[in-house]
Design a protein around this ligand. Structure first.
Ligand code: PLP
Length: 449
């Protein structure tokens, strides 16, 4: 008798492949990691293989995996009450609002709780239009703001191109080049970036523009840093024209960049902050739109036309409140800043060793290596919005990373490094050793290979 046994892990993967749908991916011929459990900065599969998580899941598990304080807070809340309608209140909702008001600067004191990043962006856009009575939203081409119809239209990321025909109206994008691929000097970059934004505003009619929406620090577009002084100029331009400034801190918030929020590196104050990911460190899906007192005051005596069945869900509020305490109790934000500096010095050494490392852009622990075929000509290892056949080398690099026991995010010629904020120097060394070995594959494709 020929009995074919399949391992537990194969069975789990097969069920997932047969009965579930994978986002941003082809559906067949993929080999996902079946995660059994996770602890700190490591994932473990059913065969006992360990993976160092160098992208904190999707840059959200900032406190690290498996923190039982969050589990206990969630269980305790569920034992008391799991759901109340958003018109009722709970202790935890008020406490979380108060804590966020403490963390956020200026008059950003009122929290509208949502479900995820996209629903926070959507509500921010709605509120900006309601408040200003204007309809247009300006965003950077090189940005991602979510996948709902509203937020996907807001982002300029090419993930929107296949659904182009479904775009919502009244989003206008502008280009903001980055230093590594700008030939005319840093000072000139700032000048041109500001001038081109001003031109777009003039063409579109400043009186029609409700808000400029920008990531606090660029994330999945490749950590493309703002020119120094740029966000201050944007704030001035917004003030001049009565345009609101919304900072999307979904990826860059909650210590990821070594400060609570990415925009705090730029000495500005937005009118609204969009939050998700690190708010609960991914332990439960949640989001928040933090709104300035000035904006929300408009609704002191008028109905606010925003709502969600699961707004201020007590269980997600409990997870978030505990996660915020963990950031503070474990000094995670200070650690992110310190480990970010260490990472910078170590990558500098790798740059000397690897002809394929073109650029390294990082703030705290939100970093990205850009791989090139030639350091002088800067030809990317894979082009912007690379087609599958243009990803041959990068796919080999990604496969090697996985084989060597690392999980991280590889996109086009970008290799992201964004470990949980509890990472240690030793763990950074461990991860970089894997990356160094994997990148050797790309080195062979360079002129020195
Ligand atoms: C900057 C930014 N905004 C918004 C989102 C969308 O968040 P979500 O996937 O929770 O809707 C993301 C997701 O990666 C993001 O990086």
């Amino acid at each position: 008798m020929n009995i074919k046994t399949i391992s537990e892990s194969q069975e789990i993967i097969q069920d997932n492949l047969d009965y579930t749908i994978f986002s941003w991916s082809k559906q067949k011929g993929i080999a996902p990691i079946a995660v059994k459990y996770a602890e700190g900065i490591y994932l473990y599969d059913y065969d006992g293989k360990r993976y160092i998580d160098f992208s904190s899941g999707l840059m959200n598990v900032n406190i690290g995996h498996g923190n039982q304080r969050v589990t206990e807070a969630v269980v305790k809340q569920m034992q008391e009450v799991s759901y109340v309608s958003p018109s009722c209140v709970t202790k935890v909702r008020g406490e979380l609002g108060k804590k966020l008001a403490e963390i956020c600067p200026g008059d950003l004191k009122k929290a509208f709780f949502t479900l995820c990043g996209a629903s926070s962006v959507d509500n921010g856009i709605k509120l900006a239009r309601l408040y200003t009575g204007r309809h247009k939203i300006l965003t950077r081409y090189q940005s991602y703001h979510g996948a709902s119809i509203g937020s996907v239209s807001a982002g300029g990321d090419p993930r929107k191109i296949p659904v182009d025909a479904q775009q919502a109206p009244n989003f206008v994008h502008f280009d903001l080049p980055y230093l590594y691929r700008w030939e005319y000097g840093e000072e000139n970059l700032l000048k041109e970036a500001v001038a081109s934004l001003e031109r777009v505003i003039a063409y579109e009619g400043p009186g029609n523009i409700a808000a400029i929406l920008l990531e606090g620090e660029s994330g999945s577009s490749g950590c493309l840093k703002y020119p120094v002084g740029y966000l201050k100029k944007v704030r001035e331009i917004c003030n001049k024209h009565g345009i609101l400034l919304i900072m999307d801190e979904v990826m860059s918030g909650f210590g990821r960049t070594g400060k609570w929020f990415g925009f705090e590196h730029h000495d500005i104050l937005p009118d609204m902050i969009v939050m998700a990911k690190g708010l609960t460190a991914g332990y439960l899906p949640f989001g928040c739109l933090m709104v300035s007192d000035k904006i929300i005051a408009k609704y002191d005596d008028a109905m606010l036309p925003l709502g969600l069945t699961y707004s201020a869900h007590p269980v997600t509020c409990a997870a978030a409140l505990e996660v915020l305490k963990i950031y503070e109790d474990n000094n995670l934000i200070e650690n992110a800043a310190a480990m970010g500096k260490y990472l910078d010095t170590q990558i500098e050494k790798l740059k000397q060793k690897h002809p394929s490392i073109g650029d390294w852009r990082n703030t705290g622990l939100l970093g990205c290596i850009e791989l090139v075929k030639n350091k002088t000509a800067k030809e990317p290892m894979a082009p912007f919005n690379a087609k599958p056949n243009e990803m041959a080398v990068m796919n080999k690099v990604a496969a090697k990373i996985k084989e060597l026991g690392m999980y991280t995010f590889v996109r086009w010629s970008y290799l992201f490094i964004a470990p949980p904020l509890c990472v240690t120097k030793e763990q950074i060394d461990e991860g970089l050793a894997i990356i160094s070995e994997a990148i050797s594959i790309a080195d062979k494709e360079t002129e020195h290979g």
